[in-house]
Design a protein around this ligand. Sequence first.
Ligand SMILES: [Zn+2]
Length: 169
Amino acid sequence: MKKERFRIRSERNLSRNFKVREVFASETANRKGIINVPNDRREMAMVIRNARSLARDVLQPIRDRFGVVKITSWYRCPLLNDAIGGTAKSQHLLGEAADFVMPEADLFEVFQWLSKIKTRMDLDIDQVIHETRETSRLIHISHKIKRLKKFNRHESLLSTARGNYAWYA
Ligand SMILES: [Zn+2]
């Protein structure tokens, strides 16, 4: 399918420390030659709206408290999502979820902090997951826009092995 042509304003800020280009950057996409952008302007607008809400309401407060948040995966087009082995309902497809590592802080400490405050409305988290992969660890976090009246679940999960999750209290 031919993609509609439109401009991506990569250097535009979503919040003080997060830029549009971070939403679409993907090492896996680069390696596999996948162009990781939405198909049309309407989908683009939806993804940016979701990503901006995630940046402002969730990622920026983490950045303010713990230092640099290095995004490893945010939006995924369907092709990239398939390549990564993501589920069909992955919130990455909507720009509602991001994976990150913390170069300046202890990742598990950040996860514990997020798990503790997840029920407070000032950081309205849908899901936070501490993922342990074979050679790396990351935090997956998601958030849904309130004005769409979607319910944020405030779930906290820990991966014990690949594809295996446990609730984290
Ligand atoms: Zn993720």
